[in-house]
Design a protein around this ligand. Sequence first.
Ligand code: LCS
Length: 398
Amino acid sequence: MSKNHSSKRNLGLPTRVIHEGQHPCPMTGAVSPAIFQTSTFAFESAAQGAARFAGEEDGYIYTRMGNPTISKLEQNIAALEGGFGGMGTSSGMAAVCTNLFAFLNAGDHIVATESLYGPSRVVVERDFSRFGVEYSFVDTSDPKNVEAAMRSNTKLLFIETPANPTSKITDIEECSSVAKKHGAVTIVDNTFCSPILQRPLELGADVVMHSMTKFINGHTDVVAGMIVPKSEEHFKKLRSTLNFLGGTMDPHQAWLVLRGAKTLHLRVTRCQENAIKAASFLEEHPAVDWVRYPGLESHPQYELAKKQMDGPGALISFSLKGGIEAGRKLLENMHIATLAVSLGGIETLIQHPASMTHATMTKESRQKAGITDGLVRVSIGCEDINDILEDFRQGLAV
Ligand code: LCS
């Protein structure tokens, strides 16, 4: 049901964000999609039920396996990413785990970005290792590290770029080709960019995934995820795993994300415009030790970011000269920016990765990945930039 029959590839991205996979209801003319809040779907006959289960007839069966409201969102994101089809999941972590379950067997090996979102790393290190999966976390921002980590049993390369929260960039094209050479599947977590700023499938990745809790929904009111593979083969494999594993979306959740996704282009553009100004402001502030933002020339991979991304995004990491104590004071003295984890919403959020989003990693793993104790991460929102800058000015003065 989720196959992408998009015919809008020639339209501009702001148009496609609004229209891909969307059309008025043929029965009622309703422009906004209906919420099919049902767990199951009636068959016209026993033969039809059997045919649907056998995959001989298209149609819905049971919401864990597909639902018309969820399909609308799946078609939209799959078209924007340029994939075969989409699979909505209950959370970004459900998308991560479905991918790992689908592609890894006991005795297999996975290579992954060392500064993955904390829980993504933990499920590999703590949980999949219990089932005999081997792993190597490397600095994927240098493709030579990816090549060196490959083994004869490597089945998966899992990349997060820009990485959370270091903003290190991994060359998707180059690393996917290394993985391909070794017969491994490349999965890219595209949460930080959304398809507005980066489309990994166009760069050679096999699967792209999102925490739609972030930019795609964008309103800090839903937890959700999405998986989009490039090929039909991977789609079937992932869909089957998701159907049985059960990390499916709920129709109402899908409807909320669909509503948020309509303004994805507008929001990402505005957040990014603000972030470019905020990053320059922070870089020049005397209390700031360093800033990592792909839109600053001081970013070690500024050129790569320009090549593979359509913009530097809205996530900034920085460290204060006063270290962790100065960082704590800043977090507690911002008035517009909210002290909270998560990112990609309309409001500016600020947090401390070492004690919050990445607290589940060992201190040693954090240090190795560049997640220092003084690092502060901010997700710039859509507010008036003058208010954001003033908030930093007064927070840093404290
Ligand atoms: N991937 C990335 C890159 C993320 O940043 C997150 C959540 C996930 C996957 C998991 O998605 P979820 O299950 O939460 O929808 N990142 C968070 C963060 O940085 N702060 O709070 C959550």
